[in-house]
Design a protein around this ligand. Sequence first.
Ligand SMILES: Nc1nc2c(ncn2[C@@H]2O[C@H](COP(=O)(O)OP(=O)(O)OP(=O)(O)O)[C@@H](O)[C@H]2O)c(=O)[nH]1
Length: 336
Amino acid sequence: MIEFGSATAVPVTILTGFLGAGKTTLLNRILTGNHGLRVAVLVNDFGSINVDADLVVGVEDDVMSLANGCVCCSIRDDLIETVEEVLQRPERPEYILLEASGVSDPSSIAMTFTDQRFRDTIRLDSIMCLVDAEQVFAAPEQMELKLRQIAFSDMVILNKVDLVERETVQKVHDWLKSRFRRYRLVEAVDADVPLDILLSVGRFAAEQLDAEVPDHHEHGPGCGCLEHDHTHGHADGHDHAAHFSTTMLRSDRPVPLAGLREAIKRLPGEVYRVKGFVYSEEDPDHRIVVQVVGKRIDIASDEPWGERAPETRLVAIGAPGAVSEDMLEAVFLEPA
Ligand SMILES: Nc1nc2c(ncn2[C@@H]2O[C@H](COP(=O)(O)OP(=O)(O)OP(=O)(O)O)[C@@H](O)[C@H]2O)c(=O)[nH]1
């Protein structure tokens, strides 16, 4: 095992991967697994409401929500503060899990954890990248970010292989092989991978932060493509706001579920992700979880609202200008 700093340093695992790839699913799997560790969970949502923290099971009190920005850049200081706070708890955690936002660059996050300030208290154990086998080639305009997320990880979990044919899985393997000299990969359904390849693996090596990010262009030189600016989206000086926008919807009025799926299908293709809860007329006692990843839509009845006031609370993430509040209102509040 690779040790950094003190032997009593708390191990940290970073879960990265593009929007909707299965990070929360993996987080829940780890948390409900049989590891016997006192785990502190940090969840970062790019939008100003943190939906993910509400989707994490079982450890509600120990989920720290980092919303309204990305821990790799705009709210990096919040990450540092939260980690420092967690480390000062009387019952110090034995492990820290960070679910990064789907738009984040893991190399910048790793640099936070390997910073001098955490030399004796934190040991970065692993960066795991979830890749959605069904959607990996969707949103080609985001390919550079997807490649960065893979390049700086020490393990790729090729998730959702249940949604694709074997040929597609092979295509993803070939694509990775053509771009990365070395990578570790495990295939999964619902991020179901053995705990012993997830926690305390000591896989992270500082050299992985020097990884070269492969060219994401399929086109050859002279293709006329204007997008050969290899600075955008990079750790130094990147700007998520230039590549992503997030829109929120909240309402305390129950809405009909009939027609919702059809209405969601009308959202433009540049809306990469919608997630959250719907307060429905049909099932007002239970929250309805809505998950949209690319063209895939899941609408499912979930736990009772309980003490919480029922409300529709959704976040949509897309290309800049792809989605407006009016659009979300039309789709989710008047779907019929
Ligand atoms: N069919 C199938 N669905 C999956 C699998 N893994 C996750 N999902 C579903 O994919 C959707 C997105 O999963 P999440 O775990 O929320 O993805 P995420 O990466 O945390 O999403 P963001 O935080 O928004 O980036 C949910 O509806 C999951 O239930 C899988 O292997 N197969």
